[in-house]
Design a protein around this ligand. Structure first.
Ligand code: BGC
Ligand code: MG
Length: 558
């Protein structure tokens, strides 16, 4: 084909086309992640809450997403900001009430949004009544509900297992003269899933929310439920392999292969049990957060029929942004499981915001939109983290304002997760319109220029570009449900096709800040598809020429 012409400009307005019936909403679905503490505070206590979310559901629906996933809002002492749960069936008063949740659910459903909640099964808070009882002595009815072990003869911990948040994974309990296991903070003791009563109780808690009408669950650290009952030591990892997801090589956690403290074979029958429960609720979906040594193989194993619907991949949350890495990740996931619908994300509440992580010091403004387009053009569902639609960069939170214990432990080399958790700026007023009180984390002054209200007024803003792209994507079934075939990955360029029911689209990205050209393995002819709103390159024969952070979307001739 010649230079890209034939623009399709009809993408900007009008109702969203309905999902093709043979596809379930989550196949290629878009899930918007809400971190409730930082979304919108309705009562001036400085912490976001459920009423705050309710008041902005129209905004979320208008982004063109299918679903929301809300990070934990359950009763919690907030040592890990909600990922340490003290009562699985109660809303923490900081966030509101169960009635607020029911209102949220009803309003979301009225807007056509599915609601997914976060379930943290592998560990509880140390303040959970189960743990308070379990730790009291060695003979109480819940004595075996957590992972208790005797010290070594020298008093040391039972084995070499480590906590992701730094240091040994065992904490001493004087009442029992024993250690308990914690894969995360010491205030997040690990439940003993080998005990059938524990499995039954956590599934009962899950049932409570399914009965309330949630459309799905994101399963936190789901491969951490079981541990090796023999407590065998993890093998050491050689220096050259000490790269990890979510932790730096200077975290001792990087020094081991985590083969005995997580991803144990017993997890699989438990997941099947969980899936049979969820299958009683037609349409409900499970998305498992899986951080394992061999991510693709584990995702494939965990998403076989009868197990989880989707696996949440960590691979694109790393600092590695090369086209070759993206290609290898997606190809690897699909090679491991041909029919899988993986779930991709490039930002979340645990990692540096993508514009800072994958950007360059002088990246153009449309970088954020290009990265959104990229992740939403891969085969699979996508989780989009609040603020991604605004193109927010990582906030620089000063040490005095840090809240994340993980950041405090590893500062200054690793500053923790507060930089991606600062409150969403809604207006350019001093607290970003987030709260009338003092926000729990500072609202960075430099983010006020990117506030929602400011971007609403600017037709060429990242927010407007995000909406335009999402509406445009819905007009192209191949981008939602098509097979994917990679054509090239150079230093700067990534190109692939998406193929659906006789339609074949070429998709190409230049991920660098300079113009770039590359030759596809074969000559392709087709018609450019405009209307996506990104700077366009061209395809001539086999040659792709793209402007900095540019794209090509073209319908290929049969
Ligand atoms: C969550 C983290 C949390 C950890 C422990 C994760 O994977 O995403 O935010 O700290 O689980 O629950
Ligand atoms: Mg509040």
């Amino acid at each position: 084909m010649g230079p890209v012409l034939n623009k399709n400009k009809s993408a900007e307005a009008g109702p969203l086309p309905a999902t093709v019936p043979e596809h379930l909403w989550w196949h290629g679905g878009l899930i918007y992640q809400i971190y409730p503490r930082s979304f919108l505070d309705s009562n001036g206590d400085g912490v976001g809450d459920l009423p705050g979310i309710i008041s902005k559901l129209d905004y979320v629906a208008n982004l063109g997403v299918d679903a929301i996933w809300i990070s934990p809002f359950f009763k919690s002492p907030m040592a890990d900001f909600g990922y340490d749960i003290a009562d699985y069936r109660a809303v923490d008063p900081l966030f509101g009430t169960l009635e607020d949740f029911d209102r949220l659910l009803a309003k979301a459903h009225g807007l056509g949004l599915k609601v997914m909640i976060d379930q943290v099964l592998s560990h509880t808070s140390a303040e959970h009544p189960w743990f308070i009882e379990s730790r009291s002595d060695r003979t109480n009815p819940r004595a075996d509900w957590y992972v208790w072990a005797d010290p070594r003869p020298d008093g040391g911990p039972p084995n070499n297992w480590l906590s992701i948040f730094g240091g040994i994974a065992w904490k001493w309990e004087p009442r029992r003269a024993q250690y308990y296991l914690h894969n995360f903070l010491s205030s997040q003791p690990d439940l003993n899933f080998h005990n059938p009563q524990v499995r039954r109780s956590v599934l009962d808690n899950l049932k409570f929310w399914l009965d309330r009408g949630v459309d799905g669950v994101r399963l936190d650290a789901i491969n951490f439920c079981f541990h090796d009952q023999q407590l065998r030591n993890n093998p050491p990892k050689p220096l050259e392999h000490r790269t990890g997801r979510g932790f730096l090589p200077d975290n001792p956690y990087a020094y081991q292969y985590h083969v005995y403290n997580n991803t144990r074979p017993e997890n699989l029958p438990f997941i099947e049990e969980l899936r049979s429960l969820v299958d009683h609720y037609p349409g409900a979906v499970t998305l498992g957060e899986i951080s394992a040594e061999d991510s693709n193989a584990t995702m494939a194993e965990y998403t076989r029929p009868g197990r989880l619907h989707m696996g949440y991949s960590f691979e694109l949350l790393s600092s590695e942004r090369s086209p070759a890495h993206i290609r290898a990740t997606v190809e690897g996931a699909l090679a491991a499981s041909r029919d899988a619908w993986p779930c991709w994300s490039i930002s979340n509440h645990d990692v540096q915001r993508v514009v800072s992580r994958w950007g360059y010091p002088h990246s153009p403004e449309h970088l954020a939109t290009q990265l959104t387009a990229l992740v939403c053009s891969l085969r699979g569902a996508v989780c989009i983290y609040q603020g991604e639609e605004l193109g927010l960069r990582e906030a620089d939170v000063p040490f005095e304002s840090l809240r994340d214990p993980y950041g405090k432990a590893f500062w200054p080399r690793f500053k923790g997760r507060d930089g991606c958790r600062t409150p969403l700026p809604w207006t350019d007023a001093p607290r970003g319109g987030f709260s009338s009180g003092t926000p729990w984390l500072p609202v960075p002054a430099e983010q006020l220029a990117l506030a929602v209200e400011v971007q609403e007024r600017n037709p060429s803003s990242t927010l407007q570009a995000f909406r335009r792209f999402m509406r445009w994507r819905r007009q192209h079934p191949a981008l939602q449900w098509g097979d994917i075939e990679f054509l090239l990955a150079t230093d700067s360029m990534l190109a692939f096709t998406r193929h659906y029911k006789g339609e074949r689209l070429l998709v190409a990205f230049n991920l660098s800040a300079q113009s770039a050209a590359a030759d596809l393995p074969r000559v392709l002819a087709g018609t450019a598809l405009g209307g996506h709103g990104l700077p366009e390159g061209k395809l001539e024969g086999a040659r792709l020429t793209l402007p900095p952070h540019g794209v090509v979307y073209a319908r290929l001739s049969p």
